[in-house]
Design a protein around this ligand. Structure first.
Ligand SMILES: NC(=O)c1ccc[n+]([C@@H]2O[C@H](COP(=O)([O-])OP(=O)(O)OC[C@H]3O[C@@H](n4cnc5c(N)ncnc54)[C@H](O)[C@@H]3O)[C@@H](O)[C@H]2O)c1
Ligand SMILES: O=C(O)[C@H]1O[C@@H](O)[C@H](O)[C@@H](O)[C@@H]1O
Length: 276
């Protein structure tokens, strides 16, 4: 594998969000320059970071924010179920605008934050054997992630870009319940995913892969990621003793609770509750 030259200048959309906040220290340690793109200012920017405040749906803003970068890490958007209109505008149009800004600026490496919810109605076992799972969304949010992947495929094939559509399980500092002992993506492994996007493996091309850690209880076949050098090292099992007992019946579908009839489409099921 060819080593990634340093420093890289990385455009990080959703730069003020949860996953970006956990990723930032790793980008700093690796020596990258980072543009933090978000509707709101990311807290405490460091010397290697610049703030770019605006919306991923604003093409003029995005073209300027991405100009002169080496890669785009696209985390910006809505991370759970909302109205169809909001999800189409922010997650689908926002992804199209981001990819188009990358293309216009000649940026050839893009990481898209897709989700298990793009395939949430597949049984857990379907993820174990390495075959590609076609979209089977569990929510409008999941539809927006399936559309994100389709846009990634289009831009990779048409414009010879390397686009990684990462079906992220569950981000966060640590796994917080029994389900996420299988689906957790550690912050360090999220940085390993960024490295796998930056390297020369599989370029150009569209790569749909599971973005989860090497969890002992994991259901994800990690071979698609390994082909582009994404080798997760962390294991949610290290936190198992701190995680309480299962509250509901064990999940049999990738989308978990989101794939149940009680999780409604088009509304914020977590309004007033901590977002999951
Ligand atoms: N957290 C997870 O477990 C998980 C799992 C799978 C996929 N993802 C995806 O990863 C990404 C990051 O997730 P997160 O948990 O950090 O979410 P988050 O809500 O903490 O961060 C998203 C950020 O995007 C910003 N944003 C929203 N709309 C925007 C717009 N129009 N323009 C610019 N910025 C905008 C928000 O202000 C926020 O800071 C999301 O796309 C989410 O769908 C997250
Ligand atoms: O299913 C999961 O754990 C996660 O899936 C992601 O796509 C969502 O953004 C996040 O809110 C969920 O917690």
């Amino acid at each position: 594998m060819s080593a990634t030259p340093l420093p890289q200048t990385i455009a990080l959309t959703g730069g003020a969000g949860m996953m970006a906040t956990l990723l930032r220290p790793y980008l700093e340690r690796a020596g990258h320059n980072v543009r933090l793109i978000d509707l709101v200012p990311a807290p405490a920017p460091r010397r290697h970071e610049t703030l770019h405040i605006g919306s991923v749906v604003d093409a003029t803003f995005m073209n300027a924010a991405i100009a002169g970068t080496d890669a785009v890490i696209h985390l910006g958007g809505i991370h759970r179920e909302k109205s169809w209109e909001e999800l189409v505008a922010t997650n689908i149009t926002g992804t199209q605008v981001t990819l188009e800004a990358a293309r216009i600026n000649g940026v050839k490496r893009v990481l898209l934050a897709s989700s298990t919810h793009a395939v949430g109605f597949h049984p857990l076992d379907a993820a174990r054997d390495g075959r590609h799972l076609a979209p089977r969304p569990d929510t409008y949010y999941g539809v927006s992630k399936a559309a994100m992947e389709a846009l990634g495929s289009l831009y990779a094939d048409k414009f010879a870009m390397k686009v990684v559509s990462a079906r992220i399980g569950t981000g966060g500092e640590r796994p917080e319940n029994v389900r996420t002992l299988s689906s957790w993506l550690s912050p360090a492994d999220s940085y390993r995913l960024v490295e796998a996007t930056l390297n020369g493996l599989g370029a150009p091309g569209h790569h749909v892969l599971w973005a989860v850690s090497a969890n002992s209880r994991g259901w994800a076949d990690l071979s698609a990621g390994r082909r582009i050098g994404f080798n997760p090292l962390d294991d949610a099992e290290d936190f198992a003793a701190e995680v309480g007992a299962e509250e509901n019946a064990p999940n049999v579908l990738l989308g978990g609770q989101w794939a149940s009839s009680s999780h409604q489409i088009g509304v914020d099921n977590y309004s007033g509750l901590p977002a999951k």
